[in-house]
Write a protein that binds this ligand. Structure first.
Ligand SMILES: [Fe+2]
Length: 372
């Protein structure tokens, strides 16, 4: 594990305003280090951006001799789908920009099928500010091995979700993780402050689910269906998003998946600064209870909170990814609360999910097991 702090300060000092990952000599365009997105059982997407227009090419295969390749047309934003992949299989990829290799021999692993019921994932949120604590969490994340995917509970970029903050507040800090492990975010209030979350929608390549929007979506990993809900858009009963959530849960049940895990930004239950969110309580909580959802993740409160089972549902607030913390207390619906920067590591093992909340020094601050 290494610290990003000095490298990032150096980047700032020399005035690399965009903090792109590789500053190349000569006239070559700087490149945001490519990252893997939207990993499915049979496909994935490699995404990168260059400061100037460029052409791209991705090669991939089961070894570092690759075997398949696809070109990306001239432009600044590049999203190359890799297709024809096998489930739960390690692949390697290489990215060329204008003919030169900018990232090579990078491993990633495709998603597990519904018959595979053991994997680990990480959840964190409210991380999108360049702070010492955000860098400490990034260092802790880099030390985590055997993680299949990351779920982000929103506020990826403070203060306004702007494109010019994406490198310093996100990609530069998590690049060693995100090049191999896909992150699946949801939209927080800060991500949506300007231009309808334009930068969020451009930077994350997310499942479309035939909706024509990435503002909310679902995806499957092993025996779990994850649902990314957008609490900045309408989710009231009868709305298109509510209907999508309802259908996503119903079809997961019909497919025999063990778990459905919704995640979104604004928590229904909180002893923190924002308190309970009455709209989420009125519309989503009854839906979760009706469908016997067991586990829900949210952010927005800059701390850690775990509720008691509320009509069968345990709600985790994980909003300690690096922004200034908010005071929190236990009592009422809240079984455990911590004023702490942290992330959550969850281990799915069939019909049990055990998770740990881990703080910015690597200490475990809460452990809990949910049984289906
Ligand atoms: Fe928020």
């Amino acid at each position: 594990m290494r610290s990003r702090t000095h490298a990032t300060i150096a980047a700032l000092v020399v005035g690399i305003a965009l903090a792109f990952g590789t500053g190349a000599p000569g006239c070559e365009t700087p490149v945001r280090i490519p990252y893997v997105q939207n990993v499915q059982t049979d496909s994935a997407v490699i995404v990168w951006k260059t400061r100037d227009d460029s052409t791209g090419e991705v090669s991939w295969g089961p070894t570092t001799t690759y075997g398949s390749s696809a070109a990306s047309p001239r432009g600044k934003r590049h999203e190359v789908p890799l297709t024809g992949l096998l489930p739960d299989t390690q692949y390697f990829y290489e990215v060329k920009v204008d003919g030169r290799v900018v990232s090579g021999g990078v491993p990633f692993r495709t998603a597990k099928t519904s018959a595979q019921n053991q994997f680990d994932f990480i959840v964190f949120g409210d991380s999108g500010q360049w702070t010492p604590w955000m860098l400490q969490i990034a260092d802790q994340l880099e030390g985590q091995q055997g993680v299949d995917l990351i779920v982000h509970t929103g506020d990826v970029i403070y203060p306004d979700g702007d494109e010019d903050k994406y490198d310093l507040h996100c990609f530069s800090q998590y690049k060693d993780f995100l090049k191999s492990v896909p992150m699946y975010p949801c939209i927080g209030n800060h991500d949506d402050k300007k231009r309808d979350a334009e930068a969020y929608l451009e930077n994350w390549s997310l499942p479309l689910n035939n909706l024509g929007t990435e503002r909310y979506y679902s995806f499957d990993w092993g025996n779990v269906r994850f649902i990314s809900i957008n609490t900045e858009d309408n989710y009231e009963a009868g709305s298109p998003q509510y209907t999508f959530i309802d259908n996503a849960i119903t079809t997961a049940r019909a497919a025999g998946l063990d778990w459905v895990i919704p995640f979104f930004h604004k928590p229904p239950f909180s002893n923190g600064r924002h308190g309970d969110n009455d709209t989420v309580k009125r519309h989503l909580v009854p839906l979760f209870e009706q469908h016997q959802i067991k586990l829900v993740f949210a952010g927005h409160e800059h701390n850690y909170q775990r509720t008691n089972e509320i009509n069968g549902v345990t709600y985790i607030v994980t909003g300690g990814g690096g922004q200034l913390l908010y005071p929190v207390s236990g009592g009422g619906n809240i079984a455990e609360s911590k004023f702490a920067w942290h992330f959550v590591r969850a281990s799915v093992n069939g019909t049990q999910i055990t998770f740990e909340a881990i703080n910015n020094t690597g200490a475990v601050i809460d452990t809990h097991t949910i049984t289906k």
